[in-house]
Design a protein around this ligand. Structure first.
Ligand code: UD1
Length: 422
């Protein structure tokens, strides 16, 4: 199993290209199931989660080709040969549940394995289920699978979510494009990935209004066509690399980054004393003098501070001047990086969904273990700032969501390498 070895202390200078968003691509890919015609996604990220989604779609009869070194995905679902999303694939990646809506809309039935446990909390799929039921499907849980059926086809309805869910909004949006009549999604997620999905579906001929607001209205159509769509920039990768010079010192330009994708996060960085500036090419971030200031952070659905940047922000707060309180409001168990950061000398008290971080002058390198995707990159960020050597093991988590992290950081002067344990 590979690990990442970092020699901390080097200031970072240079430019880092930001890839297409993993979470957008993972919902754009299943949209292929809605149409018999080809869907081409450009600016796709090269990640193991994308390969997992490709395998899932192929198991359903779709054709998926990765072109231009994986930057372009050519998808075609001319004929769907299976409507069963198997446990063997779903258990690897929860986003697999995003085939439910498209399969139901196109084929009138679907069998999707329940994803099972997840490191960051229970993460049920009841809201996905509720949305499909509102659209007229009948769902039953049997043998660990959700069996969904809409024998008379889906029909438009009002879907009001009790809490904001990105995935359930995406499933509802995709299913509603082919439902008969009008669907209104209330308390919809407003994430840029939802907006990107709506743009792509519209290119395919869907009638959608209101994406990016809490109410999305969809007028169902009989069929969708093919399209070519560029995947939006990855705001979580962007935020992660914005933190690299913030924590290690120096100046980095994140190419392709847009402030509107990360405004709540960028405001917190500025509050902490980091310079953040939109340029023609992206976002330039620099830390010029002294330690950063402690700031408090509460995660929230977009446009709030993203839960997917909480672990990385905690790494920064570990060396801030003062005490910061980080509140995790989206997932129940998302502080597993805290004990690993403490192995590097961080001072963190976790009580339920709240972590109190007292900044120390310097972290010290240590062997640490990645527990999930965002936790693993927070340990790499901490390693950049730490004195001595940090070795992050179990980096397969990292490869799910960050392409060539060591190359991107090395190009800016970090001493970082991947060690292949054979
Ligand atoms: C997506 C992102 C993930 C991010 C999360 C929150 C993808 C592939 N993943 O995950 O990186 O951390 O949004 O921004 O896009 N919930 C329910 N019932 C459901 C569905 C969700 O109770 O049926 C709860 C979850 O447990 C969680 C909250 O709703 O507490 C938000 O989850 P949700 O927005 O659905 O996250 P995902 O779409 O799974």
């Amino acid at each position: 199993m590979d690990s990442i070895r970092i020699q901390g202390g080097a200031e970072l200078r240079g430019a880092i290209p930001i890839a297409g968003a993993k979470n957008a691509c993972l919902t754009l890919m299943p949209a292929t199931l809605l149409s018999e015609e080809p869907l081409t996604l450009t600016n796709a990220p090269r990640l193991s989660d994308i390969r997992t989604m490709s395998a899932l779609l192929e198991s359903l009869g779709a054709e998926v080709s990765a072109l231009q070194d994986g930057r372009v995905l050519a998808l075609s679902s001319h004929a769907i040969s299976s409507t069963r999303a198997d446990y063997e694939i779903v258990r690897k990646m929860r986003a697999s549940v995003l085939v439910l809506g498209p399969l139901l809309a196109r084929e009138g039935h679907a069998e999707v394995s329940l994803p099972g446990g997840c490191a960051i909390g229970a993460r049920p799929v009841d809201l996905h289920q509720m949305a499909m039921e509102r659209l007229g499907a009948e769902l039953e849980l049997r043998d660990g699978y959700l069996h969904a059926r809409a024998s008379k086809g889906l029909r438009g309805a009002v879907i009001e979510f009790p809490i904001v869910s990105v995935g359930a909004t995406e499933n509802a949006l995709m299913a509603a494009t082919l439902a008969r009549g009008t669907t209104v999604i209330r308390n919809a997620a407003r994430e840029p990935e939802i907006v990107d999905l709506a743009h792509c579906l519209r290119r395919m001929g869907a009638q959608i209004e209101g994406e990016g607001s809490a109410e999305i209205v969809i007028e169902g159509v009989d069929r969708l066509s093919g399209a070519t769509h560029p995947v939006v920039a990855d705001r979580i990768e962007l935020g992660t690399y914005m933190l690299a010079p913030a924590i290690a010192g120096g100046e980095v330009e994140c190419l392709g980054g847009r402030l509107d994708l990360v405004s709540a996060f960028a405001e917190k960085l500025q509050e902490a004393g980091i310079d953040v500036e939109q340029t023609d090419k992206g976002i330039r971030v620099s830390r010029k003098n002294g330690r950063v200031r402690a700031v408090d952070v509460t995660t929230a659905p977009f446009p709030g501070f993203p839960t997917d940047l909480q672990a990385q922000m905690m790494a920064l707060m570990c060396t801030a001047e003062g005490c910061s309180v980080l509140e995790e409001r989206i997932f129940e168990n998302r502080f597993m990086h805290a004990p690993e950061l403490m192995r590097m000398g961080a001072r963190i008290d976790v009580h339920g969904g709240t972590a109190r971080v007292t900044g120390v002058e310097r972290l010290r390198g240590a062997p640490v273990m990645a527990t999930d995707l965002r936790a693993s990159v927070s340990l790499i960020l901490a390693g950049l700032a730490a004195e001595g050597e940090t070795v992050v093991s179990r980096v397969y988590h990292l490869d799910r969501g960050y392409e060539r992290v060591e190359e991107k950081l090395r190009a800016c002067g970090a001493t970082i390498e991947r060690v292949n344990a054979g």
